[in-house]
Write a protein that binds this ligand. Structure first.
Ligand code: NAP
Length: 264
């Protein structure tokens, strides 16, 4: 089996990365940074986001596992003290795979520019370059509302504990194939009106955002922020692709939520 190890880049994560690599080489596994069967990400949830995007072309062939060197993570749920146990478990393949849904974003441009497609593990957000974001929101082809405010956040179930949560969105179990649309400071008064609640859309529903008065936007895909000009529409739906996690022991999602947000 071929493996790769990625690190957040700090001294603690780097030391752990080298240790894991040495252990797995001792077990006669092959180190292959380009075509790994398993990627061990050392750092935090943010580090796993980077690893996901680094290996985005191999999602059907690569499984991820996260070791955290800070506080408890959602994607990174192994602690440094457990790495001997983890290494033995990896070396003893096969392991169980669990899959989480991803978000697909397709950005189309005015004047017939080539569309761009992205996959997000946590979420995509849309904000105006300056001033208020004004977007028509269509759900399943029907006009739903005209949004005015700071921005919109469209998240995956596993991303629901990240930015979405800070916006008052619900926490969704990752076994639910859905996307969530959460508002950032919408303008609501007698003249302007939005639903004001986060919406959860099933996998067969599409959410389309259409610009009203401007066409340049800041669009984030997980940790990446990109300026898109001459935007005609941004389409979101649950992607066909999934992220695969290597599972070596039960660690229920709701326990991770409890330990992260209620008490550890
Ligand atoms: P960052 O600003 O350095 O870190 C964002 C924080 O979010 C880190 O503490 C990270 O955990 C945590 N996080 C990432 N994914 C998570 C998840 N699925 N559930 C719970 N917490 C999660 O940025 P970054 O490391 O490059 O990560 C980008 C992410 O930051 C975005 O995808 C977005 O979700 C999040 N973000 C949140 C807010 C907010 O809450 N107001 C604002 C902007 C962006 P670790 O410390 O373990 O890496």
């Amino acid at each position: 089996m071929k493996f790769a190890v990625t690190s957040k880049g700090d001294a603690k994560s780097n030391a752990l990365m080298h240790k894991i690599r040495a252990y797995l080489l001792d077990f006669k596994l092959t180190y292959d940074e380009n075509k790994p069967d398993i990627v061990i990400s050392v750092g935090g949830d943010g580090t796993l986001l980077y690893a996901f995007h680094r290996y985005i072309e191999r999602l059907d062939k690569t499984a991820f596992v996260g070791v955290h060197t800070g506080h408890l993570g959602f994607y990174a749920d192994w602690v440094p003290d457990e790495i001997e146990k983890l290494v033995i478990a990896i070396a003893r393949t096969p392991y169980q795979i669990i899959e989480y849904p991803l978000l697909e974003a397709i950005i189309r441009y005015q004047h017939g520019g080539k569309e761009t497609r992205y996959l997000a593990l946590n979420e995509s957000t849309v904000k105006a370059v300056d001033g208020t974001l004004v977007m028509d929101v269509e759900i399943r082809g029907d006009q739903f509302e005209r949004f005015r405010g700071d921005g919109l956040c469209i998240s995956t179930p596993s991303g629901s504990t990240a930015y979405n949560k800070a916006l008052g969105g619900a926490i969704l179990h990752p076994s639910i194939r859905a996307l969530q649309l959460a508002e950032m400071a919408s303008i609501n008064n007698r003249v302007f009106r939005t639903v004001g609640s986060p919406l959860i859309l099933p996998a067969h529903h599409t959410c389309m955002l259409k610009p009203v008065n401007r066409s340049d936007f800041l669009v984030t895909i997980d940790h990446l922020t990109l300026l898109h000009k001459d935007v005609k529409s941004i389409q979101y739906r649950v992607a066909n692709e999934k992220i695969r996690f290597a599972r070596f022991r039960p660690f229920p999602f709701w326990k991770r939520v409890h330990d992260s947000f209620v008490s550890s």
